[in-house]
Design a protein around this ligand. Structure first.
Ligand SMILES: C[S@@+](CC[C@H](N)C(=O)[O-])C[C@H]1O[C@@H](n2cnc3c(N)ncnc32)[C@H](O)[C@@H]1O
Length: 289
């Protein structure tokens, strides 16, 4: 594999694209990556898709050639982001991201929600809700229940989209750094997806305030930490530190460990799941007793 990667990096640097023949992965059914077949080393498609991602390439539809397939990697063009519409506002590129199109996020979030015992009428707080797409998860997880949902964000233009999508819920412009806010009250579930690590947010303080002031004694939390970025419309694995091109999970691991430890210390049952978004679910054992 080392030879393949080195060769592909050279080709991509020179041509911006690479076309190469590999043994048809379908013929290696049951083999481990790198095991020999009669036509060469077997490698499943998942290996090639991972490699395309690491090399910042789009993985195009392979072309069949008998026992081989031609793989086609195209370097994704890096476009500088137009920040005039704000990073997360109604007119920003972020509005094109629909996380519910990520099957792993969808599955992991539904699993997390099903772990939290939420009765009809339960109070749910979403922090950093943006355009509100994530609120659809509540209906998907509990189609026959209605909740009292309050969702907040600093960006009012994004909240306006959320208000239109979910007129039955309450939305407020609020900076999470200004919590606690006694007018919000307490909740059976607090959801914070990709917001606690936002620039300027004091992750540790906001998290502790949430638990202390905005969670009912039997309340639970679902906290999401991003572990990806978007490149040319496609999700690319791995959290990045500022100005780093390759993934480095240091900050992610630090924050996940911090909230996990704190939740466990306070008697929550904790689950850590997810791939492109790492989810920490803290289920209050009092609510399941
Ligand atoms: C990466 S987006 C995540 C949006 C959504 N939760 C999701 O997972 O797709 C981060 C959101 O947090 C909001 N945000 C950033 N800093 C915030 C703060 N201090 N208080 C409240 N919201 C904030 C942004 O406006 C944005 O809508």
């Amino acid at each position: 594999m080392h030879v393949v990667v080195t060769r592909l990096r050279d080709l991509l640097a020179r041509d911006g694209a690479a076309r190469f023949l590999v043994p048809n992965p379908d013929l290696g059914d049951g083999r481990y990556p790198g095991e020999e077949t009669s036509v060469g080393k077997h490698r499943p498609y998942s290996v090639w898709v991972d490699l395309a991602d690491r090399l910042e390439c789009r993985f195009l539809t392979p072309v069949s050639h008998g026992d081989f397939v031609e793989l086609r990697f195209d370097l994704v063009e890096r476009t500088s982001r137009d920040r005039s519409a704000g990073r997360y506002g109604a007119l920003s590129d972020f509005q094109r991201v629909d996380k519910l199109e990520d099957p792993l996020f969808l599955d992991d979030m539904l699993e997390a929600l099903h772990r939290v015992p939420l009765a009809s009428g339960a109070r749910v707080l979403h922090l950093g809700v943006n355009g509100g797409r994530e609120l659809a998860l509540l209906d998907l997880a509990f189609p026959d229940r209605a909740f009292d949902v309050v969702a907040v964000d600093v960006d009012d233009s994004a909240l306006e989209l959320a208000r239109r999508r979910f007129p039955q819920h309450a939305f407020r412009v609020l900076n999470v750094n200004d919590l606690p806010d006694e007018t919000l009250g307490t909740f059976d579930l607090v959801v914070a997806l990709s917001v606690l690590q936002s620039p300027g947010v004091d992750t540790d303080r906001v998290f502790r305030v949430l638990l202390r002031d905005h969670l009912k004694p039997s309340g639970s939390v679902i906290l999401g930490f991003p572990n990806c970025r978007y490149l040319g419309g496609e999700v690319s694995y791995g959290a990045r530190l500022l100005n780093f091109r390759k993934p480095d999970l240091s900050l992610l691991v630090k924050d996940v460990a911090l909230v996990r430890r704190h939740l466990q210390k306070h008697g929550f049952r904790v689950y850590v799941t997810g791939k492109y978004e790492v989810l920490v679910t803290g289920v209050n054992v009092k609510s399941t007793a």
